[in-house]
Design a protein around this ligand. Structure first.
Ligand code: G6P
Length: 374
């Protein structure tokens, strides 16, 4: 066991820190950058015979559980933008509970690290019975979801041992961004955007390396938060998923109540919780929602909220309303890839909180890596 962990104390720690390499493996052979800018393209071998059908679908439905669901949520905006196809989200158990409508004209995309999660597998059977085109995105070659879908993409993140998913999450987002590029096709109107995303993908492992340097900073933040009862994380747009996933990490391993909140819903309930004691992380990196997040920060500050703001490098002064506000500065990348960067400080925070609180990092109580029963 010790050998596999290398010089790390825990698998979760190792898996967080190996993300520059796991992302490189995920993209290997799939991003093509030729001599001229025109030849920048994405190749997903497992999908090539089905791209036309996916483009013509009435809608795309993402289906998954836990972290895999959150990864799909992070990729939803870019898939909508590049494909123009409506994208809806389903938590596998909820789709089954409702027996929600799935049509022959739908493309159902099943996202699962293990490829064996019982609810996702049952939802797959349900979608197959209803005649949808079923696509699998898994980390496990030969898994039930990989075998039973019509086509798919392996994320190639390498084995993930820690129960809390970390490197699989970022690789899933990258695969779904590549999927959006593949489905979107290369029209003149989106050429500049596509190129920027592809260049961003090439550079992503370097940016991940850079953000991982915040390990000590996140340990210091964890020391501050060690005895808290609760933590809120506010995000929106591309980083709504980051809020949910960051909160899920803290909840599942550090055993601290934590809630990811869509910042646009702040006034519809969460604002009542704000006081000078409850720590609140606000995700406010640069994208189309930046000014809205600045206003959220102002409103939380006006109610004496205890703020921790994640912002793009260089923005600390413009987002920080007071000296008491703590800042997490992260490298700026293309907006649809920013969730890959932004989750990493939160993974580190969850990891250090868990160690400091004395809980089992790799095997949190009551949880399993793969939930194969309903
Ligand atoms: C369990 C794991 C989570 C994971 C979820 C979905 O709850 O503890 O880390 O996100 O299952 O698993 P899957 O293998 O389908 O991605």
């Amino acid at each position: 066991e010790q050998i596999n962990k290398g010089h790390y104390d825990h698998y979760m720690q190792k898996e967080i820190h190996e993300q520059p390499e796991s992302l490189t493996t995920t993209m290997r052979g799939r991003l093509i950058r030729g001599g001229s800018s025109k030849s920048k393209t994405v190749l997903l071998g497992g999908l090539k015979d089905h791209l036309k059908t996916i483009r013509r679908s009435r809608r795309i439905v993402f289906i998954g559980c836990g972290t895999s669901y959150n990864a799909a949520l992070a990729a939803r905006p870019i898939l909508e933008e590049l494909s123009g196809v409506p994208v809806t989200m389903e938590i596998a158990s909820d789709l089954l509970d409702r027996q929600g409508p799935i049509y022959r004209e739908d493309t159902a995309i099943f996202v699962s690290q293990s490829g064996e999660t019982a609810d996702t597998l049952l939802a797959l059977q349900y979608a197959l019975d209803n005649g949808a085109l079923c696509v699998g995105i898994t980390n496990t070659v030969g898994s039930a979801i990989a075998r039973n879908t019509h086509c798919g993409v392996h994320i190639n993140a390498g084995a993930e041992i820690g129960v809390a998913s970390t490197k699989a999450y970022t690789s899933q987002i990258v695969v779904m961004a590549m999927l959006a590029l593949a489905i979107g096709g290369d029209t003149i109107s989106n050429e500049a955007r596509r190129e920027a995303i592809i260049d961003g993908l090439f550079d992503l492992p370097n940016k991940v390396r850079e953000v991982l340097k915040q390990d000590q900073e996140m340990k210091d933040l964890a020391k501050l938060l060690i005895s808290e009862q609760s933590l809120l994380v506010f995000g929106r747009g591309f980083n709504y998923a980051t809020a949910l996933e960051g909160a899920l990490k803290v909840k599942e391993v550090a055993l601290m109540h934590s809630e990811g909140i869509l910042a646009g819903e702040m006034k519809h309930g969460p604002l009542a919780l704000v006081d000078e004691n409850l720590p609140i992380i606000v995700l406010a990196t640069r994208d189309a929602c930046f000014s809205k997040q600045q206003s959220v920060i102002q409103q939380l500050h006006a109610r004496k909220g205890r703020l921790i703001v994640m912002c793009s490098k260089g923005d600390a002064a413009s987002v920080c309303p007071a000296e008491s506000c703590r800042i997490i500065e992260v490298p700026h990348v293309e907006d649809c890839l920013q969730p890959v960067i932004n989750i990493i400080p939160l993974q580190l925070l969850a990891y250090h909180l868990t160690v400091l609180r004395g809980f089992n990092v790799d095997q949190p109580r009551n949880l399993a890596k793969s939930v194969t029963t309903q």
